[in-house]
Design a protein around this ligand. Structure first.
Ligand SMILES: O=C(O)C(=O)C[C@]1(C(=O)O)C=C[C@@H](O)C=C1
Length: 421
């Protein structure tokens, strides 16, 4: 049984979604959530394993039924019509090119437009029974992050990151809370890629201390173990400690930490331990063999909050804005872009390059050296300023001059990511 399943009806599909029962701290009751355009009834799962399975939205079902959302300023997931006054060409990754965008005499990109009332939207309703999608099953750190970002929310488990994006786009959830970076393991690249492919907006950020435990069935001792399973980030965050504990075990990656704990319990595995939270131990009836096994005691994961609508950039509290850009003249533009921020005293909190997935190689012909192939990159920069500030608008206007592709806050310009923590 799947949590979200398309049921054919007369003209469209209905989506069914079961949230989990009361073991979830953020969902005290059983609910049946239906999408905005259809209703079906469904029975609840009779066993814990059943309802856990039923709680995970299955990505294949959602992806195949992608619907254009009504809140994307005329853009669907596949076609972005315009960005910041430019007619946009859209690649297979839904990247918005601002280079030869038309609209000016000399084909130069337009500077960013000032905010208009149509760019503004109500602020998110922090804490008021929002449905918040996260990746994993109950007991996952992402669930805790959803609760931290939106206290009293109804946390909705999704089996893949992509499904959490889809859940928001299809109005099954109001927000998604997804990890983007860990202090030990670095960026969660999958989510950076998904941010580019979807039209959701970053509306906030939370940081969660991640405290890992080694979990096993009651009575199992460390010497019995031949395998440790967990989310790849969690395995990476505990690598040295596992060795220090003298564990001669195979490491196996699974979709999420709590899912690993559930798997050990459901399959009565006496030779396998899971790395997960203390809450997962409690939920799935496992004992804690070792506590605080992350290699760094101050291990922290950064999560972004995503919504269909952007938030209003403001100047009365700290704001952080995320941009991603590329340039067809390679990495030489990076210095100019960084100067645009440095010149205006705007601090950067993150900079990272990623392969340009739709155009990974650039061939350069040099008559002296011959033909060379260079890698192409996308650059991700977070800076501490709001798009409501003139200095940020000017910095971006300048950046736009140097770049062939620019996206702000991973949404349609102008908007910003609000820094809540
Ligand atoms: O598996 C989980 O519990 C998650 O929430 C995922 C995740 C991640 O993707 O990095 C979140 C926080 C921790 O860093 C480890 C795993």
């Amino acid at each position: 049984m799947h949590a979200l399943s398309p049921y054919p009806s007369n003209s469209s599909f209905n989506y069914l979604f079961h949230t989990r029962p009361s073991t979830n701290r953020f969902t005290p009751n059983r609910f049946l959530i239906k999408c905005a355009y259809g209703f079906e009834s469904a029975g609840f799962a009779s066993t814990r394993a059943d309802w856990q399975t039923s709680c995970a939205i299955l990505s294949s079902k959602v992806v195949s039924q992608d619907q254009p959302s009504s809140d994307n300023n005329g853009a669907t997931a596949d076609h972005v019509a315009a960005v910041n006054g430019h007619n946009a060409a859209v690649s297979d990754l839904n990247l918005v090119h601002i280079g030869n965008s038309g609209g000016t005499d000399n084909n130069k990109p337009l500077p960013p437009k000032p905010l208009t009332i149509s760019d503004l939207s109500p602020a998110p309703m922090h804490g008021s029974q929002l449905r918040v999608a996260y990746q994993g099953v109950p007991g996952a750190y992402s669930e805790a992050a959803a609760g931290k970002a939106y206290p009293n929310c109804e946390a909705i488990p999704c089996d893949q990151f992509e499904v959490a994006f889809q859940a928001v786009q299809l109005w099954i959830a109001d927000r998604a809370v997804l990890p983007v970076e860990n202090s030990l393991g670095g960026s969660i690249h999958r989510n950076y890629d998904l941010l580019l492919r979807h039209q959701l907006h970053i509306v906030g950020e939370v940081q969660l201390p991640v405290h890992h435990c080694l979990l096993a069935l009651p009575g199992v001792r460390k010497e019995f173990l031949s395998r440790v399973i967990s989310h790849p980030q969690a395995l990476a965050q505990c690598e040295h400690t596992l060795t220090k504990l003298g564990l001669n075990v195979a490491r196996e990656a699974v979709d999420d930490t709590a899912g690993a704990a559930e798997f050990v319990a459901a399959n009565n595995l006496r030779d396998t331990a899971a790395i997960a939270s203390a809450r997962a131990a409690e939920l799935y009836g496992l004992q804690i063999l070792a506590d605080g096994i992350q290699d760094d005691p101050s291990n922290v994961t950064r999560f972004v909050m995503l919504a269909r609508e952007p938030i209003i950039p403001r100047t009365d509290r700290p704001f952080k804005t995320s941009i991603v850009f590329a340039h067809d003249k390679g990495t030489s533009v990076l210095f100019k872009v960084l100067s645009a921020f440095a010149f205006r005293n705007i601090s950067l909190t993150k900079i990272e390059s990623r392969p340009h997935r739709s155009r990974p190689i650039r061939v350069v012909d040099d008559e002296n050296v011959g033909t060379a192939k260079h890698f192409e990159y996308m650059f991700y920069v977070d800076f501490e300023a709001s798009m409501a500030e003139v200095r940020a608008q000017n910095a971006l206007a300048e950046v736009q001059e140097f770049t062939s592709f620019l996206r702000v806050g991973y949404g349609i310009m102008p908007n910003g990511g609000c820094w809540l923590d």
